[in-house]
Ligand binder design. Structure first.
Ligand code: NDP
Length: 243
């Protein structure tokens, strides 16, 4: 079931921030791109409209990564429209902070459901629809290496789990030459940390936060044929923040 040219991408969580930049970059790279969103229908539609104005193929699907049925629906909707998947980017993620003495059970469950279970189920749902030689790319975080702040234990737990799961899944899918890699950004200028950008820039060796486009550049490389010998890797892109 190999396609001649790898050409369809699905981005989980593509309406804002790093995911939106990944959608736009993959569109520019020549993919038909479907992406999911939850609470930003207007932003999702704007991305589709802008793509269509340029003659590019984009599709927005409302699907909460905490909901296994919604994940499966997103995958089948994408493949019915665009065919088998060459690239999957699992970007959807949430950040809730709190020290261990304050974290409520529903916060813990929500973070695990989106950032860990949702990542696993998203990849699992795509497996029957991946072309041989496809690319699976997760978005973890450099907090899997070093956090530096109290209050991030749950987030760190989830992103460490992603760095671990890509290794196991990479071995599972290696017989089909499907590669599975994890991008670990440091502080990036998105809504997720818009309240702390100055402080984060100050702490960075490069004295700035990163842009979503810079992360999308690494995603583009991992999606490309050039990355084909890399699998199970976690690649940190954080301005030297964990050095
Ligand atoms: P944003 O909060 O700016 O955007 C999150 C995106 O994910 C939105 O498109 C949102 O859709 C979508 N999303 C959120 N929850 C769900 C869900 N349950 N199901 C489906 N989609 C969902 O985040 P960033 O762009 O900053 O972060 C993207 C990823 O990068 C996350 O995994 C994050 O942990 C990781 N990361 C971010 C860093 C940063 O500094 N920004 C640093 C390291 C890692 P909608 O708006 O429609 O709800």
């Amino acid at each position: 079931q190999e396609q001649d040219s790898r050409k369809t991408a699905l981005v989980f969580g593509g309406s804002r921030g790093i995911g939106a930049a990944a959608v736009q970059r993959l569109l520019a790279d020549g993919y038909a791109v479907a992406f999911t969103y939850v609470s930003s229908p207007d932003k999702a539609q704007a991305i589709v409209n802008a793509a269509e104005q340029e003659g590019l193929q984009a599709l927005a699907i409302q699907a909460d990564s905490a909901d296994p049925a919604a994940i499966r629906h997103a995958v089948t909707t994408t493949t019915e429209r665009f065919g088998l998947l060459s690239v999957v980017v699992v970007n959807a993620g949430i950040l809730r902070l709190g020290t261990i003495d304050t974290v409520e059970l529903d916060v813990l469950d929500q973070m695990l459901n989106v950032n860990v279970r949702g990542v696993y189920l998203s990849i699992q749902a795509t497996v029957p629809y991946l072309v041989d030689g496809a690319r699976v790319i997760t978005i973890g975080s450099n907090v899997a290496i070093r956090t530096g702040f109290a209050g991030s234990s749950v987030y760190q737990t989830t992103k460490s789990a992603v760095a671990g799961m890509v290794k196991g899944i990479a071995l599972d899918l290696a017989p089909r030459r499907i590669t599975v890699n994890n991008v670990q950004p440091g502080p990036i200028d998105t809504d997720m940390n818009s309240d702390h950008l100055d402080m984060l820039a100050d702490l960075s060796p490069l004295k700035r936060v990163g842009t979503a486009q810079e992360v999308a550049g690494l995603i583009s490389y991992l999606a490309s044929d050039a990355s084909r010998y890399m699998t199970g890797a976690s690649l940190t892109i954080d301005g030297g923040g964990t050095l």
